[in-house]
Design a protein around this ligand. Structure first.
Ligand code: NDP
Length: 429
């Protein structure tokens, strides 16, 4: 049976970890060779993905462990350069699984395509004309991408708004159409862009206006994913801090982020520390996810905390994270980058909605990890100890020297590159 509990994983060598993952997952021999080669993304593939290629850029790929989500175990691939993120996610997931795990849901799989119409003689008449012709526009858009309709998706609805109807500037007045498109398991940018471009001439004909922009919106607020967790305070106890003290500190920390954009940005960056690595590892578009997430955090008009933390009547800590999550399990780089294919295989994900839910659960875990550290020992203690190896490498340490220097940096409580350079010089003399 697949489990995400792999005690002692962090103590294994990279080779031992790879062997274990190969045993746990149904990779073909060819996939094993491809996934675990020194440079899985072949230069020829890279050259076909973007322009002006001169090489490939690698990031560490780690596994977030212990995730129990809706009763299913997930081993979560995370591609990230920052130390302590994977450890923190796994630490919190271990706590949450003792409390029954995360529960998650997705609100739907509807993305938005926008069409901007300008120069109408009367925007109100043009708006009415669009409403009258709504079904014909939907049909034309679906005809432009029949394969997504055949997969059970396609345009589900259309809405139209006038922006700046009273503006004196001809540049300000516009009609904006929204096509609501079910993109099934694709993120859908190309599907949507094809559809909105194809119906633009029809929209011009109907409105007697001129269409300029035809593109998806990355504000995917009809593709929301939500994660919750409920944690008894005793599971939060750490060092000299009681569970109640930690719980209350976390709620105070949430209130701080929810009330102050200076804190909210850093709080939310910590959430994206969990989200982006999974989005990247699965070959998804992290800029799209980032842009949508931050816009959603500002939907009240102020930039606020993406998560909420509170206490229920029994005194448990209750956390929730809801975000637009425009990710796919097909399309984009998901089936092009060998490691994205491997990541989706390790995750054992069946749909884009399932992937979206795993991602928000990791974001919620990451936020709790950061807050728990911040309200107790402070972030530096755990973070810098794990960061010490990178500091040693930055100072020129190689091979066995990395461990020796990193250990001494931690022991002397001076995790700085200057100190590491001194140590490297001392040990190489
Ligand atoms: P693709 O166009 O690469 O692939 C989607 C295609 O996958 C579908 O058209 C469909 O083609 C096929 N498919 C196979 N199985 C399924 C399934 N179960 N559900 C849905 N489709 C399936 O990807 P996207 O349209 O998702 O576009 C994502 C890419 O667009 C990303 O790389 C992103 O970076 C980029 N992009 C992003 C923009 C933005 O965010 N603003 C703008 C422009 C591009 P078929 O049915 O024909 O087999």
């Amino acid at each position: 049976m697949k489990t995400s509990r792999i005690p002692g994983f962090y103590k294994m060598t990279v080779d031992e970890r790879q062997e274990l993952i190969k045993e746990m997952h149904p990779f073909s021999e060819q996939e094993k060779d491809e996934f675990f080669s020194i440079s899985p993304l072949a230069i020829d593939t890279a050259d076909n993905m973007i322009e002006n290629v001169i090489g490939t850029f690698q990031l560490p790929l780690g596994l977030g462990l212990n995730f129990l989500i809706n009763g299913k175990d997930y081993v979560v691939p995370m591609a990230i350069e920052e130390a302590s993120v994977v450890a923190s996610a796994s630490h919190i997931a271990k706590i949450v699984r003792q409390a029954g795990g995360f529960t998650t849901e997705a609100t739907g799989r509807v993305m938005i395509g926008q069409i901007q119409v300008v120069g109408c003689t009367d925007f109100y008449v043009a708006k009415e004309a669009i409403i009258t012709e709504k079904e014909n526009i939907i049909m034309a858009a679906n005809t432009a991408y029949p394969s997504i309709v055949a997969r059970g998706g396609g345009v589900e609805d259309l809405e139209v708004r006038i922006l700046n109807g009273d503006s004196d500037s001809k540049y300000g007045q516009m009609l904006i159409l929204h096509l609501y498109i079910n993109t099934v398991d694709a993120m859908g940018a190309n599907i949507i862009n094809t559809m909105v471009e194809s119906v633009a001439p029809l929209v011009e004909e109907i409105t007697n206006g001129k269409v300029y922009l035809r593109i998806l919106s990355n504000y995917a607020d009809r593709s929301l994913a939500r994660a919750h967790c409920i944690i008894p305070p005793e599971l939060l106890e750490t060092g000299g801090f009681s569970g109640e003290e930690v719980r209350d500190g976390i709620i105070h920390a949430f209130e701080f982020a929810d009330s102050d954009p200076y804190r909210a940005v850093t709080h939310n960056k910590g959430i994206m520390n969990g989200i982006d690595p999974v989005v990247i590892a699965t070959g998804n578009d992290w800029r799209a996810v980032e842009a949508g997430a931050h816009a959603y955090a500002a939907r009240s008009g102020a930039y606020r905390s993406m998560t909420t933390w509170s206490k229920d009547q029994a005194g448990n800590l209750v956390g929730e994270l809801e975000l637009p999550m425009s990710v796919g399990t097909v399309g984009g780089a998901t089936k092009v980058h060998p490691l994205a294919k491997m990541a989706l295989n390790i995750l054992d994900i069946k749909s884009a909605q399932e992937l979206a839910q795993v991602i928000v659960a990791v974001g919620l875990a990451q936020n709790l990890g950061a807050l728990k550290a911040l309200v107790t020992d402070g972030i530096q203690k755990g973070h810098m100890a794990l960061h010490s190896r990178s500091v040693a490498i930055a100072a020129g340490a190689t091979g066995e020297m990395i461990d020796i220097v990193a250990r001494e940096l931690v022991e002397t409580k001076q995790i700085r590159v200057g100190k590491a350079i001194e140590l490297v010089e001392k040990y190489t003399k």
